[in-house]
Design a protein. Structure first.
Length: 68
């Protein structure tokens, strides 16, 4: 499980956009978004760098990563 601290998420549209962006890189990924905490947890076969790029490409800023 990889956890990202993400800035800029404020609503369910943001949750959907981040989830969709990750699923575009790994359709089988399990994504959990904790909106109040600004945290995205992902179980994926993709690397943290690939997932971070997906979140960045969706227009959100990853400010920290934890887990592997």
């Amino acid at each position: 499980m990889i956890q990202f601290n993400v800035e800029g998420m404020s609503c369910q549209h943001c949750v959907a956009a981040v989830t969709r962006a990750i699923h575009e890189r790994d359709a089988a990924a399990q994504v959990q978004v904790d909106l109040p905490a600004g945290r995205v947890s992902v179980e994926s076969s993709q690397s943290a760098d690939v997932l971070k790029a997906a979140i960045d490409d969706a227009g959100y800023t990853v400010v920290g990563t934890a887990g592997a």
